[in-house]
Design a protein around this ligand. Structure first.
Ligand SMILES: [Zn+2]
Length: 202
């Protein structure tokens, strides 16, 4: 099923504010690497030119996430992240604040944070190479039958992530090239993506 990248499918409340929390350097460093490998970005031939990929980290009871349509920016400032401080998978709703609105994939990240209190970092990238090799790599995956951005998808992700524990990687069969990883550390979440990328080459 074709679906459009970058379209927000949940309802949200957004409060504009200038004093956004500082984002840990690890998130920025991993983003630099993902941009170089075109796992995050905005490229003419991909997804009708929409930006793709987004990163988040837990901040107390909230999480900071890259703002919507920042894929094309080479370097991000703290103001390119929004703070998501409340969410409900059941209601397909969240509330956020910041200079810019949160990523269209924020509810997907929220589902992973809900799965285990130990999760501190969630990285979502788009990798045609890993996605196409997901079966050989035996990556856990969410069914292609579940439309992306629905309540059912968020709940499926949450229960699959819960089975996998505080570190994991999932291919989203219903979301073209979509890969999501998470961990208690940034290096843990980032390594799972590069491990899969390496394994599909060998
Ligand atoms: Zn995506």
């Amino acid at each position: 099923m074709a679906e459009q990248e970058g379209v927000i499918k949940f309802s949200f409340e957004f409060q504009k504010r200038e004093n956004v929390p500082e984002v840990p350097w690890e998130v920025q460093a991993w983003r630099d690497l993902f941009v170089r490998y075109e796992l995050i970005g905005q490229l003419p031939g991909r997804y009708d030119g929409f930006g793709f990929g987004n990163l988040s980290c837990r901040v107390g009871a909230a999480f900071s996430i890259t703002a919507t349509q920042t894929g094309g920016l080479k370097c991000l400032e703290d103001s390119d992240y929004a703070l998501v401080d409340d969410w409900s998978l059941a209601r397909n709703h969240l509330s956020a604040s910041g200079v810019k609105e949160p990523s269209s994939e924020s509810l997907t990240h929220a589902a992973i944070y809900d799965s285990d209190p130990g999760v501190q970092f969630v990285f979502h990238v788009h990798s045609p190479a890993i996605w196409q090799a997901r079966q050989q790599l035996r990556l856990p995956e969410t069914s292609a039958e579940i439309p992306y951005g629905t309540v059912l998808m968020a709940q499926t992700l949450k229960s699959l992530a819960r089975e996998l524990g505080p570190d994991g990687i999932i291919a989203m069969a219903g979301h073209e090239d979509g890969i999501i990883s998470w961990s208690t550390t940034a290096v843990g979440a980032g390594s799972l993506i590069f491990k899969a990328l390496h394994q599909q080459m060998s």
